[in-house]
Design a binder for this molecule. Structure first.
Ligand code: GDP
Ligand code: MN
Length: 382
C-alpha cells in the first residue's frame, strides 16, 4: 500500500523528522485559505500516488495566496500519469541549498534492509542511479541490531555532508529507521531531504510503501488507504479476499493457490501466451467469490480467453464449478473459456460445467496450449 506524500511526511514528523508545516486542500479556495494562513511564498504539490510529479508539472511555487489559488486550480484539473489530482498539499516554500536523497528498503539478495543516500538527490535520482550508480551509497543494517550511530556517520561521510549537519542528519536517519520498522514499511524515502540556506535539514518530500501483509496490525495506517486512487479491480478483489494483480497480457487466469497461480502463469508463457493477471481465489473459495473473481478478470478489456486452473484440495471442484455458472449467468462472457479441474469432487465439477460451453483440459500444459490457441483464433478473427 502506498501513502501520499502528506501522509508519509506526517508519519515522519512523529519520528522527529523536520517537515514543512503545510496542509492539504481539496479545492482551490481551500488552497488559498491555507496559503493566507501561512502568509509566505508557498509550493503547491499535487497528491497522487506516482513519482515524478515535479517533472510532470504537478509541483509549483506561488508567490502569494491569490497565485496559490490559481496554481491549485490548474493542478487540481490535471492528470498525472493517468491519475486525476484530487488533493494538493500547500507547504511554505523552502530556500534550498542542496537536495539529498535518503531512503531505506529491503535488499532481498543481502537479506537485510539497506539505507541508500546520495548528495545528488532531487528529481534526477533515477537517472543518476542509472548513469552514476557510484554516487549512491548503500549501508546495510542488521535487523536485530538496528541502525548504529557509526552507520549514520558513514552515510553522512559518504555523501560529503559538512560536519555541522551530522548531528541532525543522524537524528533523521534514526527517525526514518524507526518509522520503517514500526510501520512495517517496505520502502521509506525522503527525496529531497534538503539543506536549507540557514543550514538546517528538512524533508521536502516523503514516500512510504507499507507491507499489505502486515496491515492487520496497523489499523490506523490501514485507514489511510486512498481507494479513489486505486485500480477499482484491486479494491474489488480485496473486498472478496482475492489476491489479484493486473498484468498486460490477454489470457485471464483464475487459479486457486498462489503457487499454482504462479505456475499457471509460467506455463502460459512457456506455451507462447501472455497472462493478463495473477489471481489467487484462495482455498475453500465459495461460489460468490468465484463470481467476483470472474467479473474482475473480465473487467480487463485485454482479456481474450479465460483459463481456469483449479486443484480441488480444500476448495471443492463442484463449488468452483457452481461459482463459474453463477458468474456466467451474471456476466455472460462471449470469450472462450478453458477449464482444468482436478481433485476433490472433480467429476461433479466437470458434470456441472458440461452444460456450459467450456473447453475442458486434462492437464495444465494441455489447458495452456488450448488457451494460447484460442487467443490466436480470436486475434485472427479480429
Ligand atoms: P516529485 O517530483 O514527485 O518527487 O516531487 P518533490 O516533492 O520531490 O518535488 C520535486 C522538486 O520540486 C524537488 O526536488 C524540488 O527541487 C522542488 N521543490 C519542492 N518543494 C520545493 C520548495 O518548497 N521550494 C523550492 N524552491 N523547490 C521545491
Ligand atoms: Mn521527490
Amino acid at each position: 500500500m502506498k501513502l501520499h506524500e502528506y501522509q508519509a511526511k506526517q508519519i515522519f514528523a512523529r519520528y522527529g523528522i523536520p517537515i514543512p508545516k503545510g496542509r492539504v486542500a481539496s479545492s482551490a479556495v481551500e488552497a488559498r485559505q491555507i496559503a493566507e494562513e501561512l502568509g509566505v511564498r508557498v509550493v503547491v504539490k499535487s497528491q497522487v500516488l506516482v513519482g515524478g510529479r515535479g517533472k510532470a508539472g504537478g509541483i509549483r511555487l506561488a508567490k502569494n495566496a491569490r497565485e496559490a489559488e490559481e496554481v491549485a486550480t490548474q493542478i487540481l484539473g490535471m492528470e498525472i500519469k493517468g491519475l486525476p489530482v484530487r488533493k494538493v498539499l500547500i507547504d511554505p516554500a523552502a530556500n534550498i541549498e542542496q537536495e539529498i536523497y535518503l531512503g531505506i528498503t529491503n535488499d532481498r539478495a543481502a537479506r537485510r534492509p539497506v539505507f541508500m543516500s546520495s548528495a545528488a538527490g532531487g528529481v534526477e535520482i533515477e537517472e543518476i542511479a542509472r548513469t552514476n550508480p557510484e554516487k549512491i551509497i548503500k549501508v546495510h543494517i542488521d535487523p536485530l541490531l538496528g541502525l548504529r550511530d557509526y552507520q549514520a556517520r558513514d552515510i553522512a561521510i559518504g555523501i560529503d555532508l559538512s560536519k555541522e549537519s551530522w548531528k541532525q542528519f543522524g537524528e533523521i536517519c534514526r527517525g526514518l529507521w524507526h518509522a520503517y520498522v514500526d510501520c512495517d514499511a517496505t520502502l521509506v524515502e525522503i527525496n529531497p531531504l534538503v539543506i536549507l540556506k540557514e543550514k538546517s535539514l528538512m524533508a521536502l518530500d516523503g514516500k512510504m510503501l507499507l507491507d499489505d501483509n502486515a496491515l492487520f496490525r496497523h489499523s490506523d495506517l490501514a485507514e489511510l488507504r486512498d481507494i479513489d486512487e486505486e485500480a477499482t479491480a484491486e479494491t474489488e478483489a480485496r473486498k472478496y479476499g482475492l489476491s489479484y494483480i493486473k498484468l498486460d497480457g490477454n489470457i485471464g487466469c483464475m487459479v486457486n493457490g498462489a503457487g499454482l497461480a504462479m505456475t499457471t502463469m509460467d506455463i502460459v508463457k512457456l506455451s507462447g501466451g501472455k497472462p493478463a493477471n495473477f489471481l489467487d481465489i484462495g482455498g475453500g473459495a465459495s461460489a460468490d467469490k468465484v463470481a467476483a473473481a470472474m467479473r474482475i478478470i473480465l473487467s480487463d478489456k485485454n482479456v481474450k480467453v479465460i483459463l481456469f486452473n483449479v486443484f480441488g484440495g480444500i476448495t471443492r471442484c463442484d463449488e468452483v464449478a457452481r461459482g463459474i455458472l453463477i458468474a456466467l449467468e451474471e456476466v455472460k462472457p462471449t470469450i472462450p473459456m478453458i477449464v482444468r479441474l482436478v481433485g476433490t469432487n472433480a467429476e461433479e465439477g466437470r458434470k456441472i460445467l458440461s452444460e456450459a460451453k467450456m473447453i475442458t483440459a486434462d492437464t495444465l500444459s494441455d489447458a495452456a496450449r488450448k488457451a494460447v490457441a484460442a487467443v490466436v483464433d480470436k486475434l485472427q478473427e479480429a
